[in-house]
Design a protein around this ligand. Structure first.
Ligand code: ATP
Ligand code: MG
Length: 306
């Protein structure tokens, strides 16, 4: 059964004249990894920090785990974990001291050394945080978000500054949380991260929801994210000689690009046609559009390819 643990209705946030969040409504289910993506200044951090109880809202209804985050106080904070987009940390402490300190804020924290290990900082556990690199500090932030064993974890651009292997480790951490039923609210500028981790993705721009759905639904809704079939026209064959296809066919020079929702059928038609004529289709390939292409099309940036 789907249980919504985050409900946002008609959320608005104004900073003076700047209307940063403009009537956002969404709900997030228990056990879901929910990603919020959008351009710089779209209102992601404003929204997430309102959910966390770190910022006040101008208007709208927000309910998380049955609390209004503005008034939920300690009872609310004990059930959530937070990785802020920009977190300052006390540099006098070692990694282990800092994680232990945070463990003390929660009723049933995870084991300190286990969490340090999960974020890949075992070798740095006794170093003061001021001696750490940017990516290592970000791992400390992640450890501080995990230590309370929260039901709901907010991750605001958690992997910014991570090297590729650290990013994959972080993805495993998030996927592991989700397997044991935790809920994760994630913002990211890495579309592959959203695509791989999220059950659903909300695309926001200008403080408004532009699209919401599973990654596959969003891909299907755009032409840019779809796979395309490409090949070179055999010698002596023109575009007009091609068999009828479901997809949209574009011939440039001798390169044929087929954008289709029924690629299997179109691939079958094309290869059957070539086989019957005894011709080879050079450069025959299925190319998958990236989720970044889908995202760019949804926010209306650049020229969609379809
Ligand atoms: N504390 C603040 N005071 C005034 N304006 C703010 C404040 N925080 C954010 N804003 C403004 O609100 C808008 C949304 O900012 P927000 O940080 O929510 O965007 P974002 O989607 O998280 O962007 P990014 O991808 O760059 O992190 C921006 O125009 C920003 O200038
Ligand atoms: Mg932000």
């Amino acid at each position: 059964m789907r249980v919504s643990i985050v409900v946002v209705e008609e959320l608005h946030k104004r900073y003076g004249e700047n209307h940063a969040v403009r009537g956002l409504s969404l709900s997030i289910d228990e056990g879901e990894v929910f990603a919020i993506v959008g351009p710089n200044g779209a209102g992601k951090t404003s929204t997430v920090e309102i959910l966390e109880g770190h910022r006040t809202r101008t208007s709208g209804r927000v309910e998380v785990l049955g609390f209004d985050p503005e008034t939920g106080g300690r009872a609310y904070r004990e059930r959530i974990g937070i990785v802020l987009q920009e977190a300052g940390m006390d540099e006098r402490f070692t990694v282990r001291e800092l994680v232990s300190l945070y463990a003390g804020f929660y009723p049933a924290p995870r084991a300190v050394d286990e969490v340090i290990e999960v974020v890949g900082l075992t070798g740095k556990a006794d170093e003061r945080t001021k001696t750490l690199s940017g990516g290592q500090r970000r791992r400390v932030d992640l450890a501080l978000g995990l230590i309370g064993d929260p039901e709901l974890l907010y991750l605001d651009e958690p992997t910014t500054g991570f090297d590729p292997s650290a990013r994959r480790q972080a993805w495993d951490v998030v996927a592991g949380l989700c397997e044991i039923g935790k809920t994760v609210v994630l913002t990211t500028h890495y579309m592959e991260e959203a695509y791989r981790l999220a059950d659903r993705v909300a695309v926001v721009a200008g403080g408004q929801l532009v699209a919401l759905g599973t990654p596959e639904e969003l891909v299907a809704r755009t032409s840019a994210g779809r796979s395309v079939l490409t090949f070179l026209l055999p010698a002596g064959v023109s575009g007009a000689d091609l068999p009828p296809l479901d997809g949209e066919v574009e011939v440039a020079e001798s390169r044929v690009v087929v954008r289709s929702l029924s690629l299997t059928a179109d691939l079958h038609t094309v290869t059957g046609w070539a086989g019957a004529r005894g011709v080879e289709l050079d450069g025959l390939a299925l190319e998958r559009g990236s989720f970044e292409d889908t995202y760019l099309e949804l926010i209306g940036a650049g020229e969609p390819r379809g």
